[in-house]
Design a protein around this ligand. Structure first.
Ligand SMILES: Nc1ncnc2c1ncn2[C@@H]1O[C@H](COP(=O)(O)OP(=O)(O)OP(=O)(O)O)[C@@H](O)[C@H]1O
Length: 819
């Protein structure tokens, strides 16, 4: 292998206990990119570092790191590691020993509980460390790529995030496609095999030629030939001294090609040396044997420490002067003078590994200004000064702006949406379809209700034209026997509302209601017309007053079990009475005496033209706009929550964050792309409401649309917050469904708030859609503008909710990231 570590000046790794690093000059001038500076022999690294060279000697250094998840078993314990610049550092260890955790702390996705990590001399997350950002290329363990994108689109996305120019992206793409033997760049990632996807994932980490390449198991599922070429490329990258690679792998032997191997076990670093040094030290030919030996030694050491602890504790706790140990089964039992006094096991105690290692850092590393090449054994080559900048290195000098990142996110979101065109059409039309369903199914009066009629007066209900009676004057004072007021009344009942059934007796009519055949019956007394005329003074040979009153009274017996039907029937009977008296006055003008006409009793109310709405405002006009708001809150809530969780689960979220995309940018990108969909959804639904169902919008339609979009954004923001608490999409959807009905019901979307208990009304005003619903109704049905006291609170409360959701989502995200 031809890299700096093969150079004799770079003797193999330092032992953890070395306190000083000796400096030697680079004996040959192999590397023509580098300018050398003379150094005197035997200077310590501290001398060199602080006197002649600004940049740090470690790409990454970890000191005294402790990490556990949810205060459980420690994953990293007193962990020390140093990754020199310009080296390949292989992290080996059994599954679950903490490699991925360590790397995620290095790239800033997770935070240590205790200890320090410095990347290029600075804490991850600070601007100077360049992490997250373009100085690092991160390939997570999961594939973490968007299946909907083509290879080229995926590379474009990360290229844009890193601020690369178009030609740079294409140059890099053609190199990576060739080098990683990728399928055509126009192939969709989703259609690739597992191995091909992994290679695309490597390409995404390499696209911008980062200074620090962090690869978590890049060679899993990759064929041996390609594995070899990946390693060759990594070696080539570090040979120039410009790139540092940290790699984890379970193929222990491939780590021979690295400069330093770190062997981990149970969250600690057991060894950190060059492969050659390890092979010589352990006198074996396979690295695998060393890993096995170290793991066994570690197990023994832990056991010994545990025994020591048992001894010490026993001595102090029980005041023993001496103890002897004897084995009982596999446990160590403490005895004094042959007596078992107790058993006690404690943690293995502090691991001294690397305690004395020296770490020298500088905060001043700038891209392209040079690095100090230091060998793992403590010897140091000359500080490397300004190097020539190659085209590829130029990439490193690019800076991506927030606009570029946002553009990259928007393009990516747009492509993904377009690739799911079926789903897009579904979500585009679904609110409109729901509105259509609401308008078709809710709000119209019940029709064709079966109504029994007991009428001793002769009405030929079966005759085709019997309803024409309603067009004539029902009273003939010259031939009273021809007057049939009951028929006149019945003919004025709305035709579509009732199917009239002639009943022979009260008993039969009641039975038919009880059996569920009819919804009620109407009964006219014998001589109804005659008694009514007596009442109005149109007849003189009348019975007693009480008999007249009873004989002019229509009896109704109804099935009120269905409130909606019962109330509608009652309303229709009252309306029909008013209509009948009105019709008598119109139809009988000039045909009967004015004195009789003026006695025909009206309802004792005069309803003037409604101030807002119509006489017959349909319930759907109350319901449809508010349910539309509810839906446009609910769908974005689900879609943003699910999208965020999908990104989180697939690892693309972490990858984007490490690439330098902020949480706010990420959510903002999603929000902007969703606003387009929201506009389409709302616009189409309003079109259906106004053009198909003729619901009149008296106020400003743009105001109504703006409120709908705001409510949609509020739903989307709520979705982000929801996603912070859910690890699975199904959880988020179930939670969202759980909030759907309470929101719809409590926000007064289906029933007026005034119908609720007063206490519940106060609760209702705390919900995100309540005031917005009131605003919407005021805009649509009353034509009020933004300045009205019933309109602006809806806008204000929705804006306030958006802010609350965002602040909470970002805060929870930050807190969760510290776990
Ligand atoms: N998010 C998490 N919450 C709780 N425990 C976790 C989480 N992530 C990892 N762990 C635990 O931390 C330990 C170390 O996991 P980590 O993924 O870092 O190991 P690893 O060495 O990378 O394993 P592998 O080689 O199998 O990828 C494991 O016991 C794992 O179960």
């Amino acid at each position: 292998m031809n890299n700096t570590f093969d150079n004799p000046a770079f003797e193999k790794s330092p032992s953890p206990s070395e306190h000083s690093i000796t400096v030697t000059k680079e004996p040959n001038g192999d590397n023509e990119d580098l300018e050398m500076e003379d150094l005197s022999d035997n200077q310590t690294v501290q001398d060199i570092f602080y006197t002649t060279c600004d940049p740090p000697i470690s790409a990454i250094s970890v000191r005294n790191a402790h990490k556990s998840y949810h205060k459980g078993t420690p994953v990293l314990t007193d962990f020390h590691m140093r990754v020199p610049i310009g080296t390949i550092y292989s992290l080996l260890g059994s599954s679950g020993c903490g490699k991925t955790t360590l790397l995620s702390c290095c790239v800033g996705i997770r935070k240590l509980d205790k200890g320090d990590i410095l990347v290029f001399g600075h804490k991850p997350g600070t601007k100077e460390s360049g992490v997250p950002g373009r100085r690092v290329g991160f390939m997570p363990q999961e594939l973490s790529i968007y299946n909907e994108l083509t290879i080229q689109e995926a590379l474009n996305f990360y290229g844009r995030i890193y601020g690369m120019k178009r030609d740079q992206i294409f140059e890099s793409t053609s190199f990576l496609v060739d080098f990683l033997d990728l399928p055509k760049a126009s192939r969709r990632v989703g259609s690739l095999s597992g191995g091909q996807k992994r290679r695309v994932s490597i390409a995404l980490a390499l696209i911008h030629d980062p200074e620090l390449l962090i690869l978590d198991e890049p060679t899993v599922g990759v064929d041996p030939l390609l594995r070899e070429s990946i390693w060759n490329h990594l070696v080539k990258l570090v040979t120039s001294g410009r790139t540092t690679v940290i790699i984890t792998t379970h193929y222990i032997e491939e780590a021979r090609q690295s400069n330093v191997i770190g062997i981990m076990r149970n969250g600690r670093l057991l060894a950190e040396k060059s492969p050659e040094a390890l092979l010589i030290e352990y006198k074996v030919t396979l690295l695998e044997d060393i890993v096995l030996t170290l793991c066994r030694q570690d197990r023994e050491e832990k056991k010994r420490q545990r025994d020591d602890n048992v001894e010490t504790s026993a001595k102090t706790e029980w005041g023993l002067s001496s103890i002897t140990k004897r084995k009982i089964g596999s446990e160590s039992t403490i005895v004094e003078e042959g007596t078992i006094v107790g058993l006690r096991y404690e943690s293995a105690g502090k691991n001294g590994n690397n305690d004395d290692a020296i770490f020298v850092e500088s905060p001043k590393l700038r891209p392209g200004t040079g690095v100090l090449a230091v060998h793992n054994n403590g010897h140091i080559s000359a500080p490397l000064k300004q190097r020539r900048l190659s085209t590829r290195e130029n990439i490193r000098m690019n800076h991506s702006t927030q606009i570029q990142k946002l553009t990259a996110l928007l393009i990516k979101n747009f492509i993904i949406l377009m690739r799911n065109i079926g789903f897009l059409i579904f979500i585009f039309f679904v609110p409109a379809i729901q509105v259509i369903l609401i308008c078709l199914t809710i709000g119209s009066d019940p029709k064709s209700l079966l109504l029994g009629v007991i009428n001793p007066e002769n009405c030929d209900y079966l005759s085709k034209n019997w309803r024409d009676i309603g067009k004539e004057c029902p009273i003939d004072t010259d031939a009273l026997e021809n007057s049939t007021l009951s028929c006149f009344y019945l003919s004025n009942l709305p035709e579509e509302s009732y199917i009239l059934e002639k009943e022979t007796s009260e008993f039969n009519a009641l039975q038919r209601i009880q059996k569920g055949y009819t919804y009620g019956y109407i009964e006219f007394p014998r001589d109804y017309t005659s008694n009514v005329l007596c009442k109005f003074g149109g007849k003189f040979d009348c019975p007693s007053h009480d008999e007249v009153i009873a004989g002019s009274n229509i009896i109704l017996e109804l099935d009120m079990s269905n409130k909606q039907i019962g109330q509608t029937m009652k309303r229709i009977f009252v309306d029909t009475y008013a209509k009948t008296t009105e019709a008598i006055k119109t139809n009988c003008q000039g045909k009967i005496k004015d004195t009789i006409l003026s006695s025909v009793a009206d309802l004792p109310y005069t309803f003037k033209k409604p101030v807002y709405g119509k006489d017959d405002t349909s319930f759907r006009e109350f319901l449809a706009p508010s349910i539309l708001l509810g839906l446009l809150f609910f769908f974005p809530l689900c879609s943003s929550g699910v999208s965020y969780i999908t990104e989180k689960k697939s690892g693309t979220l972490d990858r984007a964050l490490v690439a330098g995309v902020g949480t706010t940018e990420l959510m903002g990108g999603f929000l902007i792309s969703q606003v387009g969909i929201l506009l389409g959804q709302a616009g189409f639904a309003f079109l259906i409401l106004t053009q198909v169902f003729r619901i009149e919008i008296l106020g400003s339609i743009s105001l109504a649309l703006s409120l709908t979009i705001l409510v949609g954004i509020s739903g989307m923001s709520a979705g982000f917050l929801l996603a912070m608490f859910c690890s699975e999409e199904v959880q988020a959807v179930l939670l969202a469904i759980g909030t759907f009905f309470p929101n719809i019901l409590l926000a007064g979307m289906v029933w007026p708030l005034e119908g609720m208990e007063r206490g519940l009304q106060y609760v209702s005003y705390l919900l995100p859609c309540t005031l917005a619903c009131e605003s919407m109704r005021s805009i649509i049905s009353r034509g009020w503008g933004l300045g009205h006291g019933s309109v602006w609170p809806g806008f204000l409360s929705t804006l306030a909710w958006i802010i609350v959701y965002w602040v909470l989502a970002v805060t929870v995200h930050k807190i969760r990231n510290k776990i």
